[in-house]
Design a protein around this ligand. Structure first.
Ligand code: C5P
Length: 309
């Protein structure tokens, strides 16, 4: 059954990108259960759009359309709703605030691309603008970090080093733009389940550290050098839970990808390629081969959450 088409109200519109992890190094769990990370995020040109419109005071509603719309929770687990409520609570100053959120999704749900986190980041920016709350970027980042590990990066975008549990972000100086193919799996993966499997596979993980080679590759802007440096500690756990991902990775490399890596907790696989033409070719090959549900060509880096006119 197809998802209901959401009405498109007039309001504040924010566009927000998906992220991939070029490297993801994961340490042993901290006392709070989260894992210390050293990661390099890159925002890529696959965007969700969040529209915020006024609603009655105390009303926080949400509708979704597009990719996987029927799978997104619409209760208080929804990061966009939580973002709106958190913002009203912390910075609403007793104003009669309410919002109707409408999200058009292109980023697959539970795909390892931070789709939910990016919706939370976009909702923060959209609601702060709708309600004319005068917040600095730093204040938004503090709320973003409270909402989830990947939410601050979705505000910042570009290419950034992530540390802490992923919520501390610092821009990475790099050059050039890269062509990627994203191969989407048929089923999602639960992030907590992937981390639990990682702990079973790697009970004595060392403190995480990004490799010098990956940083040097990014500084050079050379895709041929970046390809072999792509790396994800969670990949063996994702492969344990979805063994067919191994074939997806191998197929992309056979068709000439410079590198292939599971993004975040998966199951989306990111393939680095030489050119736009190579990206289109690989997209067709992966889809025809049937190893992915569908594939998309994207470029990165792109900017984080932005207001649309
Ligand atoms: O921060 P976020 O809510 O996106 O994390 C979702 C889940 O992923 C956490 O509840 C936790 O199970 C896992 N996680 C983790 N270590 C991290 C980030 C996420 O264990 N650094």
């Amino acid at each position: 059954m197809s998802a209901p088409i959401a009405p498109v109200p007039a309001g504040v519109r924010v566009r927000v990108p998906a992220k991939i992890n070029l490297t993801l190094k994961v340490g042993a769990p901290r006392p709070d259960g989260f894992h210390p990370l050293a990661t390099v995020y890159q925002a890529v040109s696959l965007f969700d759009e969040v529209i915020a419109s006024w609603d009655d005071p105390g009303q926080f509603s949400i509708v979704h359309s597009g990719e996987g719309a029927g799978e997104v929770p619409v209760d208080d687990r929804n990061l966009a709703v939580r973002a709106a409520k958190l913002l009203a609570e912390r910075h609403g100053d007793g104003l009669p605030l309410g919002v109707a959120l409408s999200i058009h999704k292109a980023i697959p749900v539970a795909g390892g691309l931070a789709g939910g986190s990016s919706n939370g980041a976009a909702a923060l920016l959209a609601c702060a603008t709708l309600w004319a709350l005068d917040l600095s970027d730093e204040q938004l980042l503090v709320l973003a970090a409270e909402l989830g590990s990947d939410v601050p990066f979705a505000l910042v975008g570009g290419t950034a080093l992530g540390s802490g549990r992923g919520e501390q972000v610092a821009p990475v100086l790099g050059r050039g733009s890269y062509h990627w193919v994203l191969g989407f799996g048929r089923k999602g993966l639960s992030t907590p389940a992937v981390y639990r499997t990682y702990d079973d596979l790697q009970p004595h993980a060392p403190p995480p550290e990004v490799s010098d080679e990956l940083m040097a590759a990014l500084r050079s802007g050379d895709a041929e050098r970046l390809g072999p440096a792509l790396d994800n500690d969670l990949q063996p756990a994702a492969l344990r839970l979805q063994p067919q991902l191994r074939q997806t990775l191998e197929t992309g490399l056979e068709y000439g990808a410079l590198g292939a890596v599971v993004s975040g907790s998966g199951p989306t696989v990111a393939f680095l390629v030489r050119s736009e033409a190579a990206a289109v070719d690989l997209c067709v090959a992966l889809t025809a081969d049937g190893v992915v549900r569908t594939a998309r060509t994207v470029t990165g880096p792109v900017s984080g959450a932005r207001l649309l006119p």
